[in-house]
Write a protein that binds this ligand. Structure first.
Ligand code: URP
Ligand code: ZN
Ligand code: ZN
Length: 473
């Protein structure tokens, strides 16, 4: 498109993006995006004159989507004996390269006894190194006399989402009574309970069996966390949510059975939500029989191909609400340290940078998902389900977080072209679409054809507003 005419009567703007197709979760239109003071100040008909701008970006032939909101990032996570290798600086730089402009991290207490408020305060300090905006989920492992006050303190810190685990016994596992009480308390403050749902009793039994028959190493990981463990825990937690009449969000769901439980609960009026991750959509359990099974050890595990196909089908028919990376930057060395025993290994895969291209390729390029629905999964729904009002849409008044991409451009993934501080990617050698060509974060152009422009530690710690009003239907 030729450059739009300038209206000399208008005050100069910081940035305009013209010629592109602006895609939001609720529709698309050709528009000139005008950015000032870090926000979108106008969306103009492309035929109209635009203000003088310090920077003009031509997005002709490309799409412009809202910056990604990653609802599930572990940054420098210590879980068990291993600490992931990233910090806020490196994670946010990798996130921005990958089109994610808001990361939501977990303030998981380092030890079972630790105070969730102290954990959140420490995370907030670490977040000062962030190049992009970030928010936090709290984490509670045990309900006791102080827990209700702790939740109030977390809300004062701007945190309204609290994660609990039904597994990782002796580390962060929370009991059903704890989950019930946290849900009830969070309901009062417009919060949302996040749950990692895998039935620990089944996992423990499967692990004991694997130890006995010599398959407890990384190549046997899938067998130690069976599909049914996920089904049983989701079912139990949904019953608690129904009883308390409180909303619940299931992180990293991997099975069609679990997704269907959530969807049918939703049909009964229970406010329950499903997140999945790129690796559960793109990979299958054959990775555990390859050269580096340890690199793919995450919980829940990567599932059999038939399960993956069914999970994808649900993502394409609208039964999944968000896509989170579950980013955990461990190195191959850390993963190999105890690869002989998955109960001792660091869990999780690096992914904050590849969330967009992996899920875009799988769902949009190969699956035919609409761009609008993709934007909902990648940005809009995570923003709404975390009470982040300024995020998740390209709209007047919203934060100017934009990603410009050419859906037809393909790149081959290689670790040395990525920016997460680890030595591998689960997608090495894969051909992916959906790579960001330009990224604007808070009105700053941080990625363009000249590469990355480090904005410095400008990321803000975001406050979650009450979430109940923004729940999806
Ligand atoms: O394997 C995983 N997912 N590691 C990170 C911690 C968690 O369970 O989310
Ligand atoms: Zn988890
Ligand atoms: Zn996680």
């Amino acid at each position: 498109m030729s450059e739009p005419a300038i209206d000399p009567g208008q005050a100069p703007a910081e940035l305009i993006v013209y010629g592109g197709m602006v895609v939001n979760a609720d529709g698309r239109r050709e528009a000139t995006v005008v950015v000032d003071g870090g926000r979108v100040v106008a969306l103009l008909d492309p035929a109209l004159p635009v203000p003088v701008a310090a920077r003009r970006i031509d997005a002709t032939g490309r799409i412009v989507i809202p910056g990604g909101v990653d609802p599930h990032c572990h940054i420098g996570q210590k879980l068990g004996a291993y600490t992931a290798l990233d910090d806020y600086e490196h994670a946010s730089i990798a996130a921005l390269w990958g089109g994610t402009t808001t990361m939501i991290d977990f303030a998981i207490p380092d030890t079972y006894e630790a105070d969730p408020v102290v954990a959140a305060e420490r995370r907030r300090e670490l977040a000062q190194g962030s190049r992009c905006d970030s928010a936090l989920h709290g984490c509670i492992v045990r309900w006791d006399d102080g827990a209700e006050a702790q939740i109030e303190q977390l809300v004062e810190l701007g945190i309204r989402t609290i994660k609990m685990f039904t597994t990782y016994e002796g580390v962060v596992m929370a009991s059903e009574p704890t989950i019930l009480q946290v849900m009830r308390a969070l309901k009062k403050v417009g919060g949302l309970t996040y749950v990692h749902a895998e039935g620990n009793h089944i996992i423990r039994d499967a692990q004991n069996e694997a130890t006995a028959n010599g398959t407890i190493d990384a190549s046997g990981h899938a067998g130690t966390r069976p599909l049914v463990a996920e089904t049983t825990a989701v079912s139990e937690v949904l019953s608690i949510a129904e009883y308390v009449d409180a909303p619940v969000y299931f992180v990293h769901q991997t099975t069609p059975e679990a997704v269907d439980l959530v969807r049918s609960a939703r049909h009964r009026g229970i406010r329950a939500y499903t997140e999945t991750c790129p690796h559960y959509l793109y990979l299958d359990e054959s990775v555990y029989k390859g050269e580096h099974p340890e690199r793919f050890v995450c919980s829940p595990p990567i599932r059999p191909a038939a399960t993956v196909a069914e999970l994808n089908r649900r993502a394409l028919t609208g039964d999944i609400d968000t896509i989170g990376s579950d980013n955990c930057c461990y190195s191959t060395e850390q993963k190999l340290d105890r690869h002989d025993d998955v109960t001792e290994m660091p869990n999780g895969l690096p992914g904050v940078e590849t969330r967009l291209p992996v899920s875009f390729t799988q769902l949009v390029t190969d699956g035919g998902l609409s761009l609008e629905r993709f934007v909902a999964l990648f940005s809009t729904n995570p923003a709404r389900l975390n009470g982040l009002g300024g995020k998740g849409a390209i709209a007047v008044g919203a934060d100017a977080d934009l990603v410009i991409l050419d859906p037809h451009e393909t790149r081959t993934v290689s670790t040395d072209r990525l920016h997460m501080p680890t030595d591998y990617t689960p997608y090495e050698g894969r051909e992916l679409n959906g790579w960001p060509q330009v990224v604007v974060s808070g009105g700053r152009v941080v990625l363009d054809e000249d590469g990355f422009h480090d904005p410095g530690a400008v990321g803000r710690a975001l406050v979650s507003e009450p979430i109940a009003a923004g729940l999806l239907t």
